[in-house]
Write a protein that binds this ligand. Structure first.
Ligand code: UDP
Length: 323
């Protein structure tokens, strides 16, 4: 298949591009390189620079490329930033997404794999979280992703768009020469590793008064190779709807820091900070549907292995992609 991958220069997108190419697909990347990195794009892929908010550009790319399917990563993805700047999130993640659908319809593309998130659930009533959980996003980021899922559902009914919404839990780890490089970095594992690299004196723990055993938030970390594989399977199987992607094991912020101490041998000092607005206390996946219907099985489920892969990459790329 010829696959258009938006956000293919990003953290999860770039790894998925390589897996798709290895599987024999042809890949065209569409990315504005605002938060992605040119060196992250596999040299076998064709890169079109452009922004999803630029409707004419998006329609032109579809007319030129005429893909068979779309894998859509390009979005803003920071909970904290979304609380500060909701309009930025809705304009890009929803408005830009609508241009993408218009492009798909203009050339008759039906399949799309959409990069969604467990942030669509907000504060879940039951953990581990299944796809039956009610969606009540607790921040504009999660809301923007849920809105786009719903827009896809309507175009599924009306136009036959076949959308697979992959709801990632916490993407983590590195894959070969690709790893996590955000500026500013807000994610837990890379920030912990910056301390181990000597680039920061201590890692902040955002909130120690949550209703969890050690008072810090609990997350389900999933390796980016495992996330990428789910996209490949979602394209190849004729499924649609929402799928949770996580390992089903929750680790608190303090447990992650402890695991990183073991991996790095560094004491990793911490400092307690106030809660970050919009953070739900516990997010852990029930990924049963993905296992049953996609035949998906995480290959790197162990948190220590996930952190080790991130640590190896961080040591080899102390300046990230260094552009
Ligand atoms: N977190 C933290 N210190 C940091 C970064 C994150 O305590 O430097 C916490 C954050 O408040 C959340 C968890 O770690 O409870 C995971 O945050 P991250 O930004 O990595 O992912 P999110 O769950 O927001 O997608």
């Amino acid at each position: 298949m010829k696959i258009l991958v938006t956000g293919g220069a990003g953290y999860i997108g770039s790894v998925t591009v390589t897996q798709l190419l290895n599987r024999g697909h042809e890949v065209v990347v569409f990315d504005n390189l605002e938060r992605g990195h040119r060196p992250a794009v596999d040299s076998r892929a064709v890169l079109f620079e452009g922004d999803l908010r630029d409707r004419e550009r998006v329609l032109k790319v579809f007319e030129t490329v005429k893909p068979d399917a779309v894998v859509h990563f390009a979005a803003y993805a920071l909970v904290g930033e979304s609380m500060e700047k909701p309009a930025l999130y809705f304009r890009n993640n929803v408005g830009g997404g609508i241009h993408l659908i218009e492009g798909m319809l203009s050339v008759g593309v039906r399949p799309i794999v959409f990069s969604s998130t467990c942030a669509v659930y907000g504060l879940p009533e039951r953990v581990p979280i299944t796809e039956q959980e009610t969606c009540k996003p607790a921040n504009p980021y999660g809301e923007s992703k849920r809105m786009f899922e719903k827009i896809l559902e309507w175009h599924g009914r009306r136009d036959g768009i076949r959308a697979v919404c992959l709801r990632y839990f916490n993407a983590a780890g590195a894959s070969g020469r690709r790893g996590e490089d955000h500026d500013p970095e807000t994610h837990l594992i890379p920030n912990v590793l910056k301390v181990a690299l000597g680039q920061a004196p201590a890692v902040s723990i955002f909130g120690t008064d949550y209703p969890t055993p050690d008072g810090t938030c609990i997350r389900d970390f999933i390796h980016i190779d495992d996330l990428a594989l789910a996209h490949v399977l979602a394209l190849e199987k004729k499924v649609s709807g929402a799928f949770n992607l996580g390992n089903g094991s929750g680790y608190s912020v303090r447990q992650v820091i402890e695991a990183a101490r073991t991996v790095t041998g560094h004491p990793i000092p911490t400092k307690v900070a106030s809660r970050r607005p919009g953070d739900p206390p516990v997010l852990v996946a029930d990924a049963g549907r993905a296992k049953r219907e996609l035949g998906w099985e995480p290959q790197i489920p162990d948190l220590t292995d996930i952190i080790r892969s991130a640590w190896e990459w961080a040591r080899q790329h102390p300046k990230g992609y260094g552009e």
